[in-house]
Design a protein around this ligand. Structure first.
Ligand code: SAH
Length: 257
């Protein structure tokens, strides 16, 4: 599906930015790069900045006009760092990504068009686009580096694509780890904790079973609200065990030795 998305770089001056854009694209699984009259390409600097994404550079199509670059596209999205005072349908990167998904879902071709480092896209070029896309940067310093702008847009495209595929956006390894430690504590584990807590509070003189003042029900209500995980329960039990050791004077004895 992401095969239907092409990144179009218009008249790029610095080959390093072409390499940076290629790397950004490959990171996000977008592979089709079209270069409209690049000023200095192919180049060693582009290869250096592409890191391992040389295949994207090697597969790049070089054309002389934007018109050729947009051939076959039913959706053209033109990026712009500033308001050109031409009223035009405007999307933020997230909306841009979902609009892309709607199109590629139907098998259509989409172009994300990026302008020159010094002057962006011309008004004529912007008028060839169905939508303009602006990354909501600080208006006082709104222009991103070209490859960085490619990264932001392709990242949003990837997030929308993963969501459309029903694929997770979190790394599997982290999830497995989170799954084990974040399992909720069971009722019996909670009961053992309350017993441990009560005996500790008695031991340190905070709780008097002959004058309980609803302390334990209040603490039960507090911990009951907390949706405690197994990992968190281990921490709480560890604190109680250490507290009991201090209360028995064991820790001080150990330190004295
Ligand atoms: N001085 C130029 C800035 C060009 S930056 C201008 O005023 O237009 C080079 C390219 O990076 C832009 O043409 C656009 O494709 C992209 N870009 C940079 N900042 C952006 C932003 N905030 N939103 C969308 N695209 C941006």
């Amino acid at each position: 599906m992401l095969q239907n998305i092409r990144v179009v770089l218009v008249n790029t001056s610095h080959p390093g930015n072409i390499g940076g854009a290629a790397r950004a694209m490959k990171n996000m699984g977008v592979s089709r790069l079209v270069l409209v009259a690049p000023r200095d390409f192919p180049s060693v600097e582009a290869v250096a900045r592409a890191a391992g994404a040389v295949d994207i550079l090697d597969g790049a199509r070089i054309v002389s006009t934007l018109e050729e670059a947009l051939e076959g596209c039913s959706l053209v999205l033109g990026t712009s760092a500033r308001d050109r005072h031409i009223p035009w349908p405007l999307l933020d990167p997230r909306e841009c990504a979902t609009t892309c998904m709607e199109q590629i879902d139907q098998g259509c071709e989409v172009a994300l068009v990026f302008g020159r480092e010094d002057s962006g896209l011309t008004n004529d070029e912007l008028q060839r686009c169905h939508f303009h896309v602006h990354i909501p940067s600080d208006p006082e310093f709104s222009s991103l580096n070209l490859a960085t702008a490619v990264q932001v847009l392709t990242y949003e495209v990837r997030m929308a694509w993963l969501a459309a595929q029903g694929q997770p956006t979190k790394m599997a390894k982290l999830e497995t780890h989170a799954e084990q430690s974040s399992l909720p504590v069971t009722a019996d584990e909670l009961e053992r904790f309350y017993t441990h807590l009560e005996s500790t509070l008695v031991q340190i003189g905070f709780h008097d079973p002959d004058n309980p003042r609803h302390l334990m029900p209040r603490l039960r209500r507090l911990y009951g609200r907390s949706n405690i995980s197994k990992l968190e329960m281990n921490i709480l039990r560890g604190i109680l065990t250490e507290t009991q050791k201090v209360a028995r004077g064991e820790v001080y004895k150990r330190r004295d030795n």
